[in-house]
Design a protein around this ligand. Structure first.
Ligand code: ADP
Ligand code: MG
Length: 728
């Protein structure tokens, strides 16, 4: 076994970069070629059908069956030109990743042969076997069936030989069983709530979009080393492993030269991404060794999230071509940074105004401040819920650890906006919010710069930072579906905007001019957030935890308890008012969350137990055997001087024996705890029992990592951190 480890490490080290595919054309020429986008719709549909479909996409007008048949026909022609033989409804169930069941296009032609067929009915709806997906008891309580329904706002695309149709996945009685359905409802809610406010500034506004720009972090490990680590293979993270002498302490990886094997991988990912219409923009090394990031240009949230799901799939496949395995786990390695997925989020009108960026004049700035403040009020009110929306068993390893995010949701505003908010509290309500520098000396004025110079990365410790024209929700996990966080955020903001509009209407009905009405409503809101959710200090410190508690922010660190937030009255009211989730849906989804939490920890605990038993203890015993042989020989050779001659061996023997004993007893206790936990029926209680087991895994790991330092390198059966992290 030990020989195997060295062989694997050496082979991995010798691997050369596999050249990326080289496309024959410029990127702009093949961008989106695998997507049934507007250009392809125009080309493959007649004008009437095209217009009906665009109307359906842009304005939500339903398609009649005949038109749907024509759309399907056009799609089929286009797809078959790209070698497509199958179709699938592509959806996002409450597991990780996406689901698809492929059906061939083949049907009998009635003349003894076969032909390719695809009609409106199979485009619009399918009935996959819902029983294999988590539903949190919804199916048991309601109806056993679930179905997928086409989401025309997200374009159909081709993967390999299959036409993928993005769909929502709902139960027969209409409850959401996926991420997309509630996300879409929240997008409608935030638009419906924001439009009436925007119309006071610009009557032409008809729709408000939520935008998302995700920054996807990930690790790559060599596939041969990965295959020698059962923990990585089964849980996505290393459950053990002593920290490497060299880690990220030299800061030499971040933005460093990209290793050539990785570079070729990235190029292939970009080519595949562009072909699928994903506007990838940045690629770079991240802080930890073997950690990288990619990000697209932001887009409408539903589409951008689909694209994130697509790219995660594509990256997984492409990694293997380059001899890597992609790790999307939030914390694959202890002691170095984990991976997140910053969700850059903003709102914008269909007339092209970004609502979280400074305006062009005083009224534009008032609109900006209005949205800015209301977002913060929503985040403050629902800070615990927002944290719950990103909480998972895997993200728990980042939360509260000394890296973004702390397990407290607060918002970094930056010096300028903090000053603006303070100033707004001092001045009379009719004071215009000027653009900085336009009015000369500015005593008494509230001023906002036209653009914020580099607000971007000034405080990396903040989980919800204002970065100039957007907020950056940094607490989202790298493996997560962004929709979980985006649905909650959009719904919370929608609720707050509606309340704000009602308050403003009242003031205006009492005869106040619009700007004064706005400021009169905004001022108490500003006063309530300014020293509560707004926090520009270091989010990683112990003092902040104390301070946050004093401010009334949620500081819970236990993931299964965080989920309780979803069914608390304020959350249920908010989700029901905005039409995003019903109470039964929230309850069912929590069941799924607890169950998933339990299963993840359960798998980790099993793997830990078996690796301790089958890998670690045998290696330690083999080493002990070596020591004992030497000790016996020394005793025979130096009967009088034995104690002093065998000092090292005896000390090592004692140390190994103690560590092995520690591992063995802790594992036995963990197995007992698991048996007890498995008997618990209630999902929440069970998850809580597993929370304690998750904590105990850290304690088991400690003596294992110490053993790794002590035992002969030759005998250690698992690739070490220094090998996993520094070979590429
Ligand atoms: P950083 O400096 O934080 O690494 P980037 O400048 O690379 O970030 O941008 C991160 C992401 O934020 C990109 O996907 C970018 O398109 C997106 N982004 C920029 N402006 C907005 C906005 N107004 N709304 C949403 N996302 C945005
Ligand atoms: Mg960023």
């Amino acid at each position: 076994m030990s020989k195997l480890r060295f062989d694997v490490v050496q082979d991995a080290f010798k691997k050369k970069a596999v050249p990326a595919e080289s496309p024959a054309e410029r990127t702009s020429k093949y961008f989106g070629e695998l997507v049934f986008n507007r250009e392809n719709m125009h080309k493959y549909l007649n004008t009437k059908t095209y217009e009906a479909l665009i109307d359906c996409i842009d304005n939500g007008h339903p398609l009649d069956r005949a038109t749907a048949d024509e759309v399907a026909e056009g799609m089929k022609t286009w797809a078959m030109e790209h070698g497509v033989t199958h179709i699938t409804h592509w959806f996002q169930p409450l597991t990780e990743g996406t689901a698809e069941k492929h059906d061939s296009l083949m049907e009998y032609d009635g003349k003894g042969g076969m032909l390719e067929q695809f009609d409106g009915k199979s485009l619009i709806q399918q009935e996959p076997d819902a029983s294999s997906f988590p539903s949190g008891g919804i199916r048991a309580t309601f109806e056993a069936r679930g179905y997928t329904a086409w989401d025309p706002t997200s374009p159909v695309f081709i993967q390999d030989d299959t036409l993928c149709i993005p769909t929502v996945f709902i139960s027969y009685t209409g409850e959401a069983l996926d991420y997309k359905t509630p996300l879409k409802k929240s997008l409608k809610a935030v638009s419906d709530a924001a439009v009436p406010i925007c119309q006071l500034f610009d009557p032409k506004v008809k729709k408000v979009y939520s935008y998302l720009g995700w920054e996807q972090e990930y690790f790559l490990v060599d596939e041969d080393l990965y295959a020698a680590r059962p923990d990585l293979m089964l849980t996505g993270r290393t459950l053990m492993g002593h920290e490497s002498s060299k880690n990220q302490q030299l800061d030499d990886h971040y933005f460093g030269a990209i290793p050539s094997r990785v570079m070729e991988f990235m190029k292939d990912v970009e080519i595949a991404g562009y072909r699928h219409g994903i506007p990838l923009k940045t690629r770079h090394n991240e802080v930890a060794p073997n950690q990288f990031e990619l990000a697209p240009i932001f887009g409408e949230t539903n589409l951008s999230n689909d694209q994130n799901q697509m790219i995660m799939n594509l990256m997984q496949q492409i990694a293997r071509k380059h001899g890597f395995v992609l790790l999307l786990h939030e914390k694959p390695f202890a002691g170095i940074n984990g991976s997140g997925k910053h969700n850059n989020w903003s709102l914008g009108t269909d007339t092209g105004t970004l609502l979280l960026a400074p305006g062009k004049d005083a009224m534009g700035n008032l609109q900006f401040v209005t949205f800015f403040v209301n977002v913060l009020v929503a985040v403050q009110k629902h800070n615990a819920l927002l944290k719950a929306s990103i909480a998972t068993a895997t993200n728990a390893h980042r939360l509260g650890a000394n890296e973004a995010p702390p397990a407290i949701i607060s918002s970094f505003l930056g010096h300028t906006m903090t000053k603006v908010l303070h100033k707004l509290l001092e001045v009379p309500s009719d004071t215009p919010i000027e653009i900085a520098g336009k009015k000369g000396a500015s005593v008494g004025l509230v001023e906002i710069p036209e653009i914020f110079i580099d607000n971007t990365d000034r405080n990396r410790t903040s989980p919800f930072a204002f970065t100039g024209n957007r907020f950056e929700f940094r607490a989202v996990g790298s493996s997560a579906n962004c929709a979980g966080a985006m649905t909650t955020l959009n719904a919370a903001v929608a609720e707050q905007l509606t309340a704000f509009k009602a308050a403003v209407d009242k003031e205006m009905a009492a005869g106040k001019p619009m700007n004064i009405a706005f400021m009169d409503v905004l001022k108490p809101l500003i006063a309530s957030i300014i020293d509560t959710v707004c926090f520009d200090g270091n989010g990683y410190t112990e003092e902040w935890k104390e301070e946050a508690k004093r401010r009334g922010l949620d500081t819970e660190t236990c993931v299964p308890i965080m989920f309780d937030e979803f069914t608390k009255p304020a959350s249920v009211e908010m989700f029901e008012k905005t039409g995003v989730y019903t109470k039964p849906e929230l309850e069912a989804r929590n069941e799924v969350k607890w169950e998933t939490y339990t299963k993840k920890v359960q798998i980790e605990a099993r793997v830990m137990g078996r690796m301790a038993q089958n890998h670690i203890i045998p290696a330690a015993l083999a080493y002990k055997n070596r020591l004992l042989t030497i000790i016996t020989q020394l005793k025979a050779l130096y009967p009088d001087d034995f104690e002093s001659m065998a000092q090292t061996e005896l000390a090592l023997l004692q140390r190994v024996t103690k560590l092995v004993e520690d591992i063995r007893t802790k594992c036995a206790a963990m197995v007992d705890a698991r048996k007890a936990a498995n008997k618990i029926e209630d999902e929440r209680e069970k998850a809580l029992a597993y929370y304690a087991i998750a904590e105990s895994l850290f304690a088991i790991r400690r003596p294992i990592d110490k053993l790794e330092e002590v035992v002969d390198n030759d005998l250690w059966p698992l690739p070490k951190y220094r090998e996993l992290l520094f070979i590429n």
